[in-house]
Design a protein around this ligand. Structure first.
Ligand code: RBF
Length: 157
Protein backbone atom coordinates (compact mmCIF):
# COMPACT_ATOMS: atom_id res chain seq x y z
CA UNK A 1 0.00 0.00 0.00
CA UNK A 2 1.47 3.35 -0.98
CA UNK A 3 2.09 5.77 1.84
CA UNK A 4 0.21 9.06 1.46
CA UNK A 5 1.96 11.98 3.09
CA UNK A 6 -0.36 13.46 5.70
CA UNK A 7 -1.42 17.09 5.92
CA UNK A 8 -0.74 18.71 9.29
CA UNK A 9 -3.33 20.95 10.91
CA UNK A 10 -2.75 24.67 11.17
CA UNK A 11 -0.38 25.90 13.82
CA UNK A 12 -0.95 29.17 15.76
CA UNK A 13 2.54 30.17 14.58
CA UNK A 14 1.57 29.91 10.90
CA UNK A 15 1.45 33.35 9.34
CA UNK A 16 0.02 34.32 5.98
CA UNK A 17 0.98 37.31 3.85
CA UNK A 18 -1.36 38.49 1.13
CA UNK A 19 0.01 40.73 -1.62
CA UNK A 20 -2.82 42.30 -3.59
CA UNK A 21 -2.80 44.67 -6.57
CA UNK A 22 -4.77 47.93 -6.64
CA UNK A 23 -5.18 47.79 -10.42
CA UNK A 24 -8.77 46.60 -11.17
CA UNK A 25 -9.52 47.15 -7.51
CA UNK A 26 -13.23 46.28 -7.82
CA UNK A 27 -12.08 42.74 -8.68
CA UNK A 28 -9.05 42.42 -6.43
CA UNK A 29 -11.01 43.58 -3.37
CA UNK A 30 -13.36 40.63 -3.90
CA UNK A 31 -10.43 38.25 -4.34
CA UNK A 32 -9.00 39.56 -1.07
CA UNK A 33 -12.33 39.18 0.74
CA UNK A 34 -12.58 35.59 -0.53
CA UNK A 35 -9.04 34.78 0.63
CA UNK A 36 -9.59 36.32 4.07
CA UNK A 37 -12.91 34.53 4.58
CA UNK A 38 -11.38 31.18 3.64
CA UNK A 39 -8.38 31.61 5.92
CA UNK A 40 -10.53 32.72 8.83
CA UNK A 41 -13.03 29.89 8.27
CA UNK A 42 -10.08 27.49 8.59
CA UNK A 43 -9.19 29.00 11.97
CA UNK A 44 -6.53 31.53 10.99
CA UNK A 45 -6.79 34.58 13.27
CA UNK A 46 -6.66 38.11 11.84
CA UNK A 47 -3.42 38.62 13.76
CA UNK A 48 -1.83 35.82 11.71
CA UNK A 49 -2.52 37.64 8.42
CA UNK A 50 -0.70 40.65 6.94
CA UNK A 51 -1.97 42.34 3.77
CA UNK A 52 0.20 44.48 1.46
CA UNK A 53 -1.38 46.52 -1.34
CA UNK A 54 0.80 47.18 -4.40
CA UNK A 55 -0.01 49.43 -7.39
CA UNK A 56 -0.36 46.69 -10.00
CA UNK A 57 0.35 43.01 -10.60
CA UNK A 58 3.80 43.87 -11.96
CA UNK A 59 4.81 45.03 -8.47
CA UNK A 60 3.62 41.83 -6.74
CA UNK A 61 6.84 39.77 -7.06
CA UNK A 62 9.21 42.23 -5.38
CA UNK A 63 6.94 42.65 -2.38
CA UNK A 64 6.23 38.90 -2.23
CA UNK A 65 9.99 38.32 -2.29
CA UNK A 66 10.65 40.85 0.47
CA UNK A 67 7.99 39.30 2.70
CA UNK A 68 8.93 35.71 1.90
CA UNK A 69 12.59 36.34 2.73
CA UNK A 70 11.77 37.38 6.29
CA UNK A 71 11.03 33.79 7.38
CA UNK A 72 8.03 35.29 9.16
CA UNK A 73 5.42 33.74 6.85
CA UNK A 74 4.46 30.14 6.12
CA UNK A 75 2.83 31.21 2.87
CA UNK A 76 2.45 34.26 0.62
CA UNK A 77 -0.78 34.59 -1.35
CA UNK A 78 -0.60 36.85 -4.42
CA UNK A 79 -3.80 38.36 -5.80
CA UNK A 80 -4.32 40.49 -8.90
CA UNK A 81 -6.42 40.90 -12.01
CA UNK A 82 -4.84 41.36 -15.41
CA UNK A 83 -7.39 42.08 -18.10
CA UNK A 84 -6.47 42.01 -21.78
CA UNK A 85 -6.55 45.42 -23.44
CA UNK A 86 -5.89 46.53 -27.01
CA UNK A 87 -2.13 45.95 -26.77
CA UNK A 88 0.04 42.99 -25.77
CA UNK A 89 0.77 44.51 -22.34
CA UNK A 90 -1.10 41.74 -20.55
CA UNK A 91 1.09 39.08 -22.15
CA UNK A 92 4.30 40.56 -20.72
CA UNK A 93 2.68 41.14 -17.36
CA UNK A 94 1.34 37.59 -17.11
CA UNK A 95 4.53 35.93 -18.29
CA UNK A 96 6.82 38.04 -16.13
CA UNK A 97 4.79 37.81 -12.95
CA UNK A 98 3.90 34.13 -13.18
CA UNK A 99 7.49 33.11 -13.85
CA UNK A 100 8.85 35.37 -11.10
CA UNK A 101 6.46 33.92 -8.53
CA UNK A 102 7.23 30.33 -9.50
CA UNK A 103 10.98 30.99 -9.32
CA UNK A 104 10.57 32.69 -5.97
CA UNK A 105 8.54 29.82 -4.58
CA UNK A 106 11.18 27.28 -5.61
CA UNK A 107 14.15 29.42 -4.55
CA UNK A 108 12.75 30.08 -1.08
CA UNK A 109 11.05 26.71 -0.66
CA UNK A 110 7.84 28.44 0.36
CA UNK A 111 4.30 28.17 -0.96
CA UNK A 112 3.78 31.37 -2.95
CA UNK A 113 0.29 31.22 -4.40
CA UNK A 114 -0.62 32.51 -7.85
CA UNK A 115 -4.03 34.14 -7.51
CA UNK A 116 -3.75 36.53 -10.41
CA UNK A 117 -6.61 36.43 -12.88
CA UNK A 118 -5.52 36.55 -16.53
CA UNK A 119 -8.76 37.45 -18.25
CA UNK A 120 -9.91 38.33 -21.74
CA UNK A 121 -12.53 40.72 -20.39
CA UNK A 122 -13.87 42.40 -17.26
CA UNK A 123 -16.85 40.06 -17.51
CA UNK A 124 -14.58 37.02 -17.15
CA UNK A 125 -12.93 38.65 -14.14
CA UNK A 126 -16.30 39.37 -12.47
CA UNK A 127 -17.27 35.70 -12.88
CA UNK A 128 -14.04 34.64 -11.15
CA UNK A 129 -14.22 37.10 -8.28
CA UNK A 130 -17.29 35.73 -6.52
CA UNK A 131 -19.45 35.24 -9.62
CA UNK A 132 -20.57 32.07 -11.38
CA UNK A 133 -17.04 30.62 -11.65
CA UNK A 134 -16.37 30.99 -7.92
CA UNK A 135 -13.89 33.19 -6.12
CA UNK A 136 -10.32 32.52 -7.18
CA UNK A 137 -8.99 34.40 -4.14
CA UNK A 138 -10.81 31.95 -1.92
CA UNK A 139 -9.54 28.97 -3.95
CA UNK A 140 -6.03 30.35 -3.73
CA UNK A 141 -6.27 30.56 0.06
CA UNK A 142 -7.52 26.96 0.16
CA UNK A 143 -4.45 25.92 -1.82
CA UNK A 144 -2.23 27.86 0.56
CA UNK A 145 -3.74 26.03 3.54
CA UNK A 146 -3.22 22.65 1.87
CA UNK A 147 0.36 23.45 0.91
CA UNK A 148 1.27 24.69 4.38
CA UNK A 149 -0.07 21.44 5.87
CA UNK A 150 1.60 19.19 3.28
CA UNK A 151 5.02 20.84 3.28
CA UNK A 152 5.29 20.21 7.02
CA UNK A 153 5.36 16.50 6.11
CA UNK A 154 7.58 16.63 3.04
CA UNK A 155 11.09 15.60 3.96
CA UNK A 156 13.58 18.46 3.43
CA UNK A 157 16.77 16.90 1.91
N1 RBF B 1 -1.91 45.89 -13.61
C1 RBF B 1 -2.77 44.91 -13.30
O1 RBF B 1 -2.69 44.36 -12.18
N2 RBF B 1 -3.73 44.52 -14.19
C2 RBF B 1 -3.86 45.05 -15.42
O2 RBF B 1 -4.75 44.65 -16.18
C3 RBF B 1 -2.93 46.06 -15.80
N3 RBF B 1 -2.97 46.59 -17.04
C4 RBF B 1 -2.07 47.51 -17.39
C5 RBF B 1 -2.09 48.04 -18.69
C6 RBF B 1 -1.15 49.00 -19.06
C7 RBF B 1 -1.16 49.53 -20.47
C8 RBF B 1 -0.20 49.46 -18.11
C9 RBF B 1 0.84 50.50 -18.49
C10 RBF B 1 -0.18 48.95 -16.85
C11 RBF B 1 -1.11 47.98 -16.45
N4 RBF B 1 -1.09 47.46 -15.16
C12 RBF B 1 -1.96 46.47 -14.84
C13 RBF B 1 -0.21 48.01 -14.10
C14 RBF B 1 1.09 47.24 -13.96
O3 RBF B 1 0.88 46.06 -13.19
C15 RBF B 1 2.13 48.12 -13.20
O4 RBF B 1 1.56 48.58 -11.99
C16 RBF B 1 2.57 49.33 -14.02
O5 RBF B 1 3.01 48.89 -15.29
C17 RBF B 1 3.72 50.08 -13.31
O6 RBF B 1 4.87 49.23 -13.17
Amino acid sequence: MANTLPTSPLDPNDRFAIVVAEWNRSITTKLLEGALETLQAAGVEETQIDVAWVPGSWEIPVVAQRLAQTDKYTSVICLGAVIRGETTHDKYLNQGVSLALMELSLALDLPILFGILTCESMEQAIHRAGGNVGNKGSECAESALKMVGLLKNCPAE
